[in-house]
Design a binder for this molecule. Structure first.
Ligand code: NI
Length: 179
């Protein structure tokens, strides 16, 4: 396994739509393992393949992202498990939620409130190529929308006001200039 380099905005490939996966071979499975490891190391709760420079429709997320921390010393929150979805699609969305202070491993030093759907129905292939369908709500629904957006070349800063986005871009270009 290996930790992959996470690309950051304004890297152009982050803004491109990704290709569908046709064949889940060993190279792809290795990439998925590396993506899981890279996500936990960052640390983050979700990661999409274009963020590691591969424009393919694959996402991984923390399988325990929506379980509250337990006070029970017997339960081990340190067990890290991730789920991979291949060619994920949102086929139904409903409700509204404000994702507070949403962030992204590819958008450095910035968080913002983003309007999202509270409930989404997701269709995808699992790592064995089996078709699955499930409903996600709350934080998990936000993760699905955020990560699937990456596959369409959309970042959360594309979903905030033009003014807020302009302020972020200005701050970032200043920062990049000073490096
Ligand atoms: Ni992201």
């Amino acid at each position: 396994m290996a930790i992959l380099n996470i690309l950051a905005y304004p890297e152009k490939s982050l803004l491109l739509p990704s290709d569908k996966v046709d064949d889940i071979d060993d190279t792809l499975k290795k990439l998925i393992e590396d993506m899981g490891e890279t996500m936990f190391e960052a640390p983050g709760v979700g990661l999409a393949a274009p963020q590691v420079g591969v424009n393919k429709r694959i996402i991984v997320y923390d399988s325990n992202a929506d379980s509250p921390e337990s006070d029970d010393p017997e339960s081990d929150n340190s067990i890290k498990e991730f789920t991979a979805l291949i060619n994920p699609e949102i086929i139904e969305a409903s409700g509204k939620i404000v994702s507070e202070q949403e962030g992204c491993l590819s958008v450095i030093d910035y968080n913002a409130d983003v309007k999202r759907h509270d409930k989404v129905l997701v269709k995808a292939l699992d790592i064995d190529g089996k078709e699955i369908q499930f409903e996600a709500q709350g934080i998990l629904a936000v993760i699905m929308q955020h990560e699937i957006d990456h596959l369409d070349g959309i970042l959360f800063i594309d979903r905030i006001s033009i003014l807020k986005r302009a302020i972020y871009k200005k701050k970032l270009s200043k920062k990049l200039k000073n490096q």
